[in-house]
Design a protein around this ligand. Structure first.
Ligand code: COA
Length: 260
Protein backbone atom coordinates (compact mmCIF):
# COMPACT_ATOMS: atom_id res chain seq x y z
CA UNK A 1 0.00 0.00 0.00
CA UNK A 2 1.19 3.52 -0.79
CA UNK A 3 1.01 6.20 1.86
CA UNK A 4 0.96 9.97 1.31
CA UNK A 5 2.74 10.90 4.51
CA UNK A 6 4.61 7.75 5.55
CA UNK A 7 7.66 6.02 4.10
CA UNK A 8 8.18 2.32 4.79
CA UNK A 9 11.45 0.47 4.61
CA UNK A 10 12.14 -3.14 5.51
CA UNK A 11 15.43 -4.50 6.87
CA UNK A 12 14.98 -8.25 7.29
CA UNK A 13 12.35 -8.65 10.05
CA UNK A 14 12.43 -4.98 10.99
CA UNK A 15 10.12 -2.40 9.41
CA UNK A 16 10.96 1.29 9.61
CA UNK A 17 7.96 3.63 9.50
CA UNK A 18 9.07 7.18 8.76
CA UNK A 19 6.65 10.06 9.13
CA UNK A 20 7.31 12.12 6.05
CA UNK A 21 6.17 15.75 6.21
CA UNK A 22 9.58 17.34 6.75
CA UNK A 23 8.42 20.78 5.54
CA UNK A 24 5.97 20.81 8.49
CA UNK A 25 8.42 19.12 10.87
CA UNK A 26 6.39 15.91 10.47
CA UNK A 27 3.39 17.42 12.30
CA UNK A 28 0.53 14.94 12.59
CA UNK A 29 -2.41 15.96 10.44
CA UNK A 30 -5.59 13.92 9.90
CA UNK A 31 -4.10 12.08 6.91
CA UNK A 32 -0.96 11.09 8.85
CA UNK A 33 -3.03 9.85 11.78
CA UNK A 34 -5.26 7.77 9.48
CA UNK A 35 -2.18 6.35 7.78
CA UNK A 36 -0.53 5.52 11.11
CA UNK A 37 -3.68 3.64 12.07
CA UNK A 38 -3.65 1.74 8.77
CA UNK A 39 0.04 0.90 8.84
CA UNK A 40 -0.12 -0.50 12.37
CA UNK A 41 -3.13 -2.65 11.46
CA UNK A 42 -1.26 -4.07 8.49
CA UNK A 43 2.01 -4.58 10.43
CA UNK A 44 0.12 -6.32 13.25
CA UNK A 45 -0.97 -9.00 10.80
CA UNK A 46 2.32 -9.25 8.91
CA UNK A 47 4.11 -12.34 10.22
CA UNK A 48 7.32 -11.35 8.42
CA UNK A 49 7.70 -8.32 10.72
CA UNK A 50 9.08 -8.79 14.24
CA UNK A 51 9.98 -5.25 15.30
CA UNK A 52 8.85 -1.81 14.15
CA UNK A 53 10.87 1.40 14.25
CA UNK A 54 9.03 4.71 14.19
CA UNK A 55 10.98 7.83 13.20
CA UNK A 56 10.67 11.14 11.38
CA UNK A 57 11.99 12.37 8.03
CA UNK A 58 14.88 14.80 7.99
CA UNK A 59 17.30 15.75 10.72
CA UNK A 60 15.23 18.31 12.54
CA UNK A 61 12.12 16.60 13.83
CA UNK A 62 10.65 13.32 14.93
CA UNK A 63 7.19 14.92 15.09
CA UNK A 64 6.65 18.57 16.12
CA UNK A 65 3.13 17.92 17.36
CA UNK A 66 -0.38 17.62 16.11
CA UNK A 67 -0.95 19.93 13.15
CA UNK A 68 -1.79 23.31 14.69
CA UNK A 69 -3.60 24.46 11.53
CA UNK A 70 -6.13 21.67 12.23
CA UNK A 71 -6.24 22.25 16.00
CA UNK A 72 -7.03 25.91 15.35
CA UNK A 73 -10.38 24.94 13.77
CA UNK A 74 -11.60 22.72 16.63
CA UNK A 75 -14.68 23.45 18.73
CA UNK A 76 -15.69 21.64 21.90
CA UNK A 77 -17.46 18.83 20.05
CA UNK A 78 -14.88 18.19 17.34
CA UNK A 79 -12.05 18.52 19.91
CA UNK A 80 -13.27 15.53 21.89
CA UNK A 81 -13.40 13.37 18.76
CA UNK A 82 -9.96 14.72 17.74
CA UNK A 83 -8.39 13.72 21.07
CA UNK A 84 -10.14 10.36 21.17
CA UNK A 85 -9.01 9.49 17.66
CA UNK A 86 -5.34 10.17 18.48
CA UNK A 87 -5.65 8.36 21.80
CA UNK A 88 -7.11 5.28 20.13
CA UNK A 89 -4.28 5.12 17.58
CA UNK A 90 -1.58 5.65 20.21
CA UNK A 91 -3.23 3.01 22.41
CA UNK A 92 -3.07 0.58 19.50
CA UNK A 93 0.66 1.29 19.18
CA UNK A 94 1.23 0.73 22.90
CA UNK A 95 -0.75 -2.51 22.65
CA UNK A 96 0.88 -3.64 19.42
CA UNK A 97 1.67 -7.36 19.25
CA UNK A 98 5.34 -6.63 18.46
CA UNK A 99 7.83 -4.15 19.89
CA UNK A 100 7.74 -0.58 18.59
CA UNK A 101 10.91 1.49 19.04
CA UNK A 102 10.85 5.27 18.64
CA UNK A 103 14.01 6.64 17.04
CA UNK A 104 13.56 10.25 18.11
CA UNK A 105 15.62 12.22 15.61
CA UNK A 106 14.83 15.81 16.65
CA UNK A 107 11.79 17.66 18.03
CA UNK A 108 9.25 15.40 19.74
CA UNK A 109 6.72 17.99 20.90
CA UNK A 110 3.08 17.73 21.89
CA UNK A 111 1.58 14.85 19.90
CA UNK A 112 5.15 13.92 18.88
CA UNK A 113 6.19 13.45 22.49
CA UNK A 114 2.96 11.54 23.10
CA UNK A 115 3.64 9.35 20.08
CA UNK A 116 7.13 8.53 21.38
CA UNK A 117 5.62 7.81 24.81
CA UNK A 118 3.27 5.24 23.30
CA UNK A 119 6.25 3.29 21.90
CA UNK A 120 7.85 0.56 24.00
CA UNK A 121 11.42 1.87 23.78
CA UNK A 122 12.75 5.35 23.00
CA UNK A 123 16.23 6.04 21.60
CA UNK A 124 17.18 9.60 20.73
CA UNK A 125 19.63 11.65 18.70
CA UNK A 126 21.78 14.14 20.58
CA UNK A 127 19.73 17.03 19.12
CA UNK A 128 16.38 15.56 20.25
CA UNK A 129 14.07 17.83 22.21
CA UNK A 130 10.98 16.57 23.97
CA UNK A 131 8.16 18.63 25.41
CA UNK A 132 4.46 19.18 25.92
CA UNK A 133 4.12 22.82 24.84
CA UNK A 134 0.31 22.75 24.54
CA UNK A 135 -0.04 25.31 27.34
CA UNK A 136 1.42 27.88 24.92
CA UNK A 137 -1.61 27.23 22.68
CA UNK A 138 -4.11 27.44 25.53
CA UNK A 139 -4.73 23.69 25.59
CA UNK A 140 -3.53 20.58 27.41
CA UNK A 141 -2.02 17.40 25.93
CA UNK A 142 -4.82 15.37 24.32
CA UNK A 143 -3.15 12.22 23.01
CA UNK A 144 -2.38 10.62 26.37
CA UNK A 145 0.51 12.87 27.47
CA UNK A 146 -0.88 13.76 30.90
CA UNK A 147 -1.12 10.06 31.67
CA UNK A 148 1.91 8.44 30.01
CA UNK A 149 4.42 11.20 30.81
CA UNK A 150 3.30 11.25 34.44
CA UNK A 151 3.62 7.49 34.76
CA UNK A 152 7.05 7.49 33.13
CA UNK A 153 8.88 10.42 34.74
CA UNK A 154 6.81 10.98 37.93
CA UNK A 155 4.09 13.49 38.69
CA UNK A 156 6.23 16.39 39.90
CA UNK A 157 8.43 16.42 36.81
CA UNK A 158 5.52 15.81 34.44
CA UNK A 159 3.49 18.64 36.03
CA UNK A 160 6.41 21.04 35.70
CA UNK A 161 7.00 20.24 32.03
CA UNK A 162 3.29 20.41 31.14
CA UNK A 163 2.72 23.64 33.18
CA UNK A 164 5.70 25.41 31.60
CA UNK A 165 5.81 23.86 28.12
CA UNK A 166 9.60 23.81 28.53
CA UNK A 167 11.59 21.57 26.24
CA UNK A 168 13.59 18.63 27.60
CA UNK A 169 16.93 18.17 25.84
CA UNK A 170 18.38 14.74 25.09
CA UNK A 171 20.70 14.64 28.13
CA UNK A 172 17.91 15.58 30.51
CA UNK A 173 15.59 13.07 28.79
CA UNK A 174 18.19 10.38 29.44
CA UNK A 175 18.66 11.46 33.06
CA UNK A 176 14.94 11.29 33.86
CA UNK A 177 14.34 8.00 32.05
CA UNK A 178 12.39 9.41 29.12
CA UNK A 179 14.84 7.76 26.71
CA UNK A 180 17.04 4.69 27.01
CA UNK A 181 20.04 5.94 25.04
CA UNK A 182 21.36 8.92 23.06
CA UNK A 183 23.37 8.68 19.84
CA UNK A 184 24.84 11.20 17.40
CA UNK A 185 22.17 12.04 14.80
CA UNK A 186 24.01 10.18 12.00
CA UNK A 187 24.19 6.96 14.06
CA UNK A 188 20.69 6.92 15.53
CA UNK A 189 18.90 4.88 12.87
CA UNK A 190 21.68 2.31 12.51
CA UNK A 191 21.85 1.85 16.28
CA UNK A 192 18.08 1.51 16.45
CA UNK A 193 18.10 -1.09 13.67
CA UNK A 194 20.85 -2.95 15.56
CA UNK A 195 18.67 -3.10 18.69
CA UNK A 196 15.60 -4.08 16.65
CA UNK A 197 17.52 -6.93 14.97
CA UNK A 198 18.78 -8.15 18.32
CA UNK A 199 15.18 -8.32 19.58
CA UNK A 200 14.01 -9.96 16.37
CA UNK A 201 16.62 -12.72 16.79
CA UNK A 202 14.86 -13.93 19.98
CA UNK A 203 11.84 -16.23 20.12
CA UNK A 204 8.98 -13.97 19.10
CA UNK A 205 6.39 -15.86 21.13
CA UNK A 206 8.26 -14.84 24.29
CA UNK A 207 8.65 -11.25 23.07
CA UNK A 208 4.92 -10.94 22.36
CA UNK A 209 3.92 -12.40 25.70
CA UNK A 210 6.39 -10.06 27.43
CA UNK A 211 4.64 -7.11 25.79
CA UNK A 212 1.29 -8.32 27.07
CA UNK A 213 2.69 -8.67 30.59
CA UNK A 214 4.38 -5.27 30.58
CA UNK A 215 1.25 -3.53 29.29
CA UNK A 216 -0.72 -5.01 32.18
CA UNK A 217 1.31 -3.04 34.76
CA UNK A 218 -0.92 0.03 34.58
CA UNK A 219 -4.16 -1.92 34.33
CA UNK A 220 -4.18 -4.21 37.37
CA UNK A 221 -2.81 -4.60 40.91
CA UNK A 222 0.61 -6.19 41.45
CA UNK A 223 -1.06 -9.41 42.64
CA UNK A 224 -3.20 -9.62 39.51
CA UNK A 225 -0.21 -8.73 37.34
CA UNK A 226 1.85 -11.54 38.82
CA UNK A 227 -1.00 -14.02 38.30
CA UNK A 228 -1.20 -12.87 34.68
CA UNK A 229 2.58 -13.27 34.34
CA UNK A 230 2.37 -16.84 35.63
CA UNK A 231 -0.33 -17.64 33.03
CA UNK A 232 1.76 -16.17 30.23
CA UNK A 233 4.83 -18.05 31.50
CA UNK A 234 2.77 -21.25 31.29
CA UNK A 235 1.76 -20.42 27.70
CA UNK A 236 5.46 -19.98 26.82
CA UNK A 237 6.15 -23.49 28.06
CA UNK A 238 3.69 -24.87 25.51
CA UNK A 239 5.56 -23.36 22.54
CA UNK A 240 8.12 -24.89 20.18
CA UNK A 241 10.38 -21.91 20.94
CA UNK A 242 10.51 -23.00 24.58
CA UNK A 243 11.56 -26.53 23.63
CA UNK A 244 14.13 -25.17 21.20
CA UNK A 245 15.55 -22.49 23.56
CA UNK A 246 15.99 -24.79 26.54
CA UNK A 247 17.28 -27.71 24.44
CA UNK A 248 19.76 -25.46 22.62
CA UNK A 249 21.17 -24.29 25.97
CA UNK A 250 21.57 -27.84 27.23
CA UNK A 251 23.13 -28.95 23.94
CA UNK A 252 25.51 -25.95 24.01
CA UNK A 253 24.35 -24.54 20.66
CA UNK A 254 22.55 -21.43 19.42
CA UNK A 255 18.75 -21.68 19.38
CA UNK A 256 16.98 -21.68 16.05
CA UNK A 257 13.62 -20.15 16.92
CA UNK A 258 10.70 -20.75 14.57
CA UNK A 259 8.44 -18.31 16.43
CA UNK A 260 5.89 -21.01 17.08
N1 COA B 1 1.71 22.05 13.35
C1 COA B 1 1.72 22.60 12.11
N2 COA B 1 2.82 23.10 11.54
C2 COA B 1 3.96 23.02 12.22
C3 COA B 1 4.04 22.47 13.51
C4 COA B 1 2.85 21.97 14.07
N3 COA B 1 2.82 21.39 15.27
N4 COA B 1 5.32 22.57 13.95
C5 COA B 1 6.01 23.14 12.96
N5 COA B 1 5.20 23.44 11.91
C6 COA B 1 5.55 24.05 10.64
C7 COA B 1 5.76 25.56 10.78
O1 COA B 1 4.50 26.23 10.74
C8 COA B 1 6.60 25.84 9.56
O2 COA B 1 5.79 25.82 8.41
P1 COA B 1 5.95 26.96 7.27
O3 COA B 1 7.37 26.81 6.80
O4 COA B 1 4.94 26.59 6.25
O5 COA B 1 5.72 28.26 7.96
C9 COA B 1 7.50 24.60 9.49
O6 COA B 1 6.81 23.58 10.20
C10 COA B 1 8.85 24.79 10.13
O7 COA B 1 8.65 25.23 11.45
P2 COA B 1 9.34 26.53 12.08
O8 COA B 1 8.50 26.99 13.22
O9 COA B 1 9.59 27.55 10.99
O10 COA B 1 10.72 25.93 12.59
P3 COA B 1 11.63 26.49 13.76
O11 COA B 1 12.91 25.76 13.65
O12 COA B 1 11.68 27.97 13.75
O13 COA B 1 10.89 26.04 15.11
C11 COA B 1 9.68 24.51 16.53
C12 COA B 1 10.74 24.67 15.43
C13 COA B 1 9.44 23.02 16.71
C14 COA B 1 10.22 25.11 17.84
C15 COA B 1 8.39 25.23 16.13
O14 COA B 1 8.04 24.81 14.83
C16 COA B 1 7.23 24.97 17.03
O15 COA B 1 7.15 25.49 18.12
N6 COA B 1 6.26 24.11 16.58
C17 COA B 1 5.05 23.85 17.31
C18 COA B 1 5.30 22.91 18.44
C19 COA B 1 4.03 22.67 19.21
O16 COA B 1 3.45 23.55 19.82
N7 COA B 1 3.57 21.41 19.19
C20 COA B 1 2.42 21.00 19.92
C21 COA B 1 1.22 21.09 19.09
S1 COA B 1 -0.19 20.49 20.00
Amino acid sequence: MNYQTLLLEKKENVTIVKINRPDKLNALNAVTLDELKQVFISLRNDESVSVIILTGSGEKAFVAGADISEINKLDMISAKAFAEKGQEIFYSIENMNKPVIAAVNGFALGGGCELALSCHIRLASDNAKFGQPEVNLGIIPGYGGTQRLTRLINSGRSAEYIFTGDMIDANEALRIGLVNRIYPQQELLDKTIELAKKISSKGQQAIRLTLKAINMVDQVSDTEGQKYEASLFAICCGTEDFKEGTSAFLEKRKPNFKNR
